[in-house]
Design a protein. Structure first.
Length: 278
């Protein structure tokens, strides 16, 4: 089992947790090392069932957890599982549904998955999970004050972190700018849809980030999503007071953040406090 030594207590404590990242096309899972903030071994991916109803998705999540539980470094069966979900999540309940079946709206996602797995499960918005991971282990590690993690993909996801603590469900991609929902103009998909080059896309991003900067005066912007791999094409063109940098964890961020949030929610990280972070 995945454990690390707690010298103060004189006993081993769990240092791994399973994280699951649910998306519109794929559901990915991994064993998360909570000390290093990285995935142990290979991720396990299963296509998202179509239609992506609650029952169908719960079966896939159970399948992934069962597979990961057989691997070296897997946590004990009683350790909670963390899951990301593409929706506004309030007290474990989905209040929206993005790229999944509409029947998810008002579903008790925590309860559904906990019953399917026979163990505690905690669900978090997918962008929030990525933000938590970046602040604890990645590009935002050690930064006090407000850190905004913005993911550019099908839409614009966002995570609002203050002094390391998450302010959940900050839907900053839906700010109205110049009469438009921001993500309809400045997401990665919007760039592809409109066939614009990087220079023109940088103009749109400038308008978006300048507006968000004015509203929140963050200490740091972190840009994630698949397009962060091409950050040299657009970040240098942005003129902001706030430092803006690409995300570090990339496609691991959701899984790592899901596991981290579950551990924080169920207070599993308290015993790891004495273990130095890398």
């Amino acid at each position: 089992m995945g454990k690390s030594s707690d010298k103060k207590q004189g006993k081993a404590v769990p240092s791994t947790v399973i994280g699951i990242d649910i998306g519109g096309t794929g559901i990915k899972g991994g064993i998360v090392d909570l000390v290093a903030g990285e995935i142990v071994g290979e991720r396990y991916r299963v296509p998202t069932p179509q239609p992506s109803t609650p029952g169908a998705v719960a079966l896939v999540v159970a399948r992934i957890v069962a597979e990961l539980s057989t691997r070296p470094g897997a946590p004990a069966p009683e350790v909670p599982v963390g899951v990301t979900f593409p929706a506004i999540i309030q007290h474990g309940i989905a209040r929206s549904a993005a790229n999944v079946d509409e029947s998810w709206v008002n579903t008790d996602v925590d309860g559904l998955f906990s019953k399917a797995l026979g163990r505690d499960v905690h669900v978090i918005n997918d962008a929030d999970a990525a933000g938590l991971a970046e602040v604890r282990y990645g590009a935002g590690k050690g930064v006090d004050g407000t850190v905004l993690v913005i993911t550019l993909g099908t839409g614009i996801g966002s995570a609002f972190i203050f002094d390391g603590k998450l302010v959940p469900n900050a839907e900053l991609g839906h700010l109205e700018i110049d009469g438009y929902d921001a993500e309809t103009r400045a997401s990665a998909v919007a760039r592809e849809r409109d066939g614009i080059d990087w220079d023109e896309y940088s103009v749109r991003l400038q308008r978006y980030f300048s507006h968000v900067e004015f509203l929140f005066s963050p200490e740091l912007f972190i840009v994630g999503g698949g397009i962060s791999k091409r950050s040299k094409e657009y970040l240098p063109a942005l003129d902001l007071r706030t430092r803006i940098i690409p995300a570090q964890l990339r496609n691991q961020a959701g899984i790592v953040g899901a596991g981290l949030q579950a551990s924080l929610h169920f207070k599993r990280l308290a015993k790891l406090a004495a273990v130095p972070e890398t």
